[in-house]
Design a protein around this ligand. Structure first.
Ligand code: GLY
Length: 411
């Protein structure tokens, strides 16, 4: 039997550790808000419909139109700032930036509507209960559903994809990222009682699980389908190093996506897939000590060859991708609650370790620098020679979300 002073000591120690970690979360959330304040100031001189995305060579903010895949992340981060503070000033900014996106509810030109609308309007509805936001989200889900084909049992990601190997075009490409968009469909099904949204989401998830995830739980980025019979025509990469490699952010989308799909379905096949993908990521010999992955797990490895047109042939530096780490950290906080205690504790420890790495001077920007983004050192797409070793708005969004999830677990 352990002596009483042992229990007093360990109880005291865990309160002390929890207190320290609360301070860690609060100071990082405070820093994030400070950067967001600077960024809001910077946006004042921009066009009304310009959404923060990354920086240029001079370290100044670059924006995109609302029709790119990332406009929802800045409003989403503003909603997290509001959630942290309940300050109406943050709410006003979050509302302003969210409502700029209203035309997206009818957008059907690519699959990213889940990212664009659920991070913005989804958080808006969660935190305000405003029914107008609910209706906009449901209309967005209808628009996303138009890209589903019952023959491929998938939502088409892009209208076309050109192989890095030559001139071959594919007209039904599905990328692993697309799993993230399903959250909008699950939401719409719950809100309306219309099971067709859910049917589309589950069908897509099953197809991705069979065709996009390899037997060892690594992942293909792009799977191209034949719409006449639903057969797979090709498995390639767009943003990864090689067709048979594992693009780190793709694996991150898979871990987060299948965790969310398990939350929505309670189907153990999806939990097994989420955990398998997480284990593959965390146990990988190529994952650096600080758990911030290289942009691709197999870059520069023997047995992996980029397509002839890919810029990956010319990049020898193994850049880190902070965005992948932030997504995985957030996902692991959730996944840790769905598995048995000891496995869950492992995922939670990894999620916390990643957060601490990201909050270190190696990855967190000095205040007022980095185009006022929070985190440095992400990668958009090396094959396309775009956004290499830069801040990215979605790295910041998932960092803030991971902080929120960590904080909730400490309460
Ligand atoms: N969804 C696009 C990307 O992760 O770059």
């Amino acid at each position: 039997m352990k002596p009483l002073f042992y229990f007093i000591l360990t109880a005291g120690l865990s309160v002390f550790i929890a207190g320290g970690e609360k301070d860690f979360v609060d100071s990082n959330a405070g820093f994030a808000r400070q950067q967001l304040k600077h960024m809001l100031k910077d946006t004042e001189s921009r066009e009304r419909l310009a959404f923060p995305r990354t920086t240029n060579k001079e370290g100044k903010m670059i924006t995109t139109s609302m029709y790119d895949w990332t406009p929802g992340f800045f409003p989403g981060s503003l909603w997290y700032a509001y959630e942290q503070t309940k300050d109406p000033v943050w709410q006003r900014e979050a509302v302003k930036w969210t409502e700029k996106l209203e035309p997206l509810k009818d957008f059907t030109q690519h699959h990213d509507l889940g990212f664009m609308m659920y991070c913005s309007y989804g958080n808006a509805y969660r935190l305000t209960g405003n029914k107008t936001y609910r209706d906009i989200l449901i209309q967005g889900a209808r628009s996303l559903s138009t890209r589903f084909n019952p023959v491929t049992r998938s939502i088409k990601s892009w209208n076309a994809f050109k192989s890095w190997h030559g001139q071959q075009m594919y007209y039904y490409p599905v990328i692993i990222d697309n799993l993230m968009n399903l959250e909008l469909l699950f939401f719409a099904s719950r809100e309306t009682g219309d099971t067709s949204f859910r049917h589309i989401a589950v069908s897509h998830a099953e197809t991705a699980m069979h065709n996009q995830v390899r037997p060892d739980y690594s992942s293909y980025h792009v799977v191209c389908y034949d719409t006449t019979n639903g057969k797979v025509l090709a498995r390639e990469t767009a943003q990864g190093y090689a067709d048979n490699s594992t693009w780190s952010r793709g694996q991150a989308w898979g871990i987060y996506g299948f965790t969310m799909i398990y939350r929505e379905t309670h189907d153990p096949r999806f939990l097994k897939t989420a955990a398998g993908m997480a284990d593959w990521f965390l146990d990988n010999k190529n994952l650096p000590e600080d758990k911030v992955p290289y942009w691709d797990f197999n870059a520069e490895e023997a047995g992996y060859q980029p397509g002839i047109r890919s810029n990956a042939n010319r990049v020898k530096t193994k850049y880190r991708d902070v965005s992948a780490a932030a997504i995985v950290s957030s996902a692991l906080f959730e996944l840790s609650g769905y598995v048995d205690k000891s496995k869950g504790e492992g995922y939670r420890k990894a999620a916390i370790a990643i957060l601490h790495s990201l909050a270190s001077a190696a990855y967190r920007a000095p205040e007022g620098k980095n185009g006022n983004f929070i985190l440095m050192h992400s990668v958009g797409s090396i094959p396309h020679n775009t956004e290499i070793d830069v801040p990215l708005v979605y790295a910041d969004y998932y960092f803030m979300e991971a902080l929120e999830r960590y904080k909730a677990s400490l309460d």
